[in-house]
Design a protein around this ligand. Sequence first.
Ligand SMILES: [Zn+2]
Length: 386
Amino acid sequence: MIPDIDSVDIAHLASGDTLAIQVYKFRGATPGKKAYLQANLHGAELSGNAVIYQLIQFLSELDDSQLQGEIWLVPTCNPFATNQRSHHYASGRYNPYTGTDWNRIFWDYEKDLKNQSQPSIADFAKSQLHLNYQQIQNNFRQQLIRRFQDLKQSESKASGLPFEDHYRYQLQSLCLDANYVLDLHSSTNQSFDYLYCFQGREASAKYFLLNTAILLDRYDGDAFDEAFMKPWLSLEKQLENLGKVVKFDLEAWTIELGSGMQINPDSVYRGVRGVKNYLVSKGMLDLQRFPLIQTASKTVQFFPKSKSQKYYAKQGGMLQSRVLLGTWVTSGQLLYQLLVFNREGCLPQLVDVHSEDSGLVYDLSSNASVNQGEYILEVLTQPNPV
Ligand SMILES: [Zn+2]
């Protein structure tokens, strides 16, 4: 298959240069569902770009009869963040103009309806009870896309739009009609491979063949995956309240591949394997030996997002003897020591900090030097195996 390659301008700069993103569109011989993948929304999170590169190579060698539907891939989807630096370091997590996290800027249809005092999703659900699943999906999607296009048209007004709004419309316009949205991230700090899963979609998590998932029992709709899924999950809930149980064939996943500012080959391998296995399991790709044999017996440990616990420095100092990434700690176990200096004529001190709960240490700060209140590590607690 040879992809269509489209370029989408996202910012015209003072210098006259233009920032753009590039979309690789693979279309199968038969029409079907659409999968949308992007990487590097946060500037330091690089591994997803290598995953997309390998997927482009792989898909290019397939026959178009092996793909049903379309796969769209967008590497380096936020050039503004990717190119951001402070000395040698790339943070690229926040828009430097507004301080907003680049993954908290997206348009949530449900919130928009409330702000506009438009009929709610509950009202829409009531009007659709006599229709079948596919008709409801089509109607809701049309309504959502119509509203999105109205908003996007405000770009042509003389008053213009702030950059974040303009950017979010460009990115979201690529995936509003998708079935599956895969947003490839890494930790901005240090982490291992895991994914975020919406409630009601747990059964599909195992297709990615990762051991750990964070269950989104709490979200506000501003992140890319949330903005895609939240209106649909809300519609499912409203229909269920009215006695009609429907699960749309729509999913969104944020896949976290290792640490920031590096490309870990193991994370890339697991990312590529997981995406292929997922797309085969969803009936889009036809590949020999897939779904992989281990899929059927794969267990994923789900940790509720609301129960994850961040540790912040209670005083300034230097971290040492910190637990390793992936350690299962028990309550009271030593998490790290803080080497604390002072200006009061006293000797320096070594302060032990212990875990409040048992859980899995899944994210560590990159900087061992911390001021009071700065982030040190995060622990996932209260797992539910599925
Ligand atoms: Zn990220």
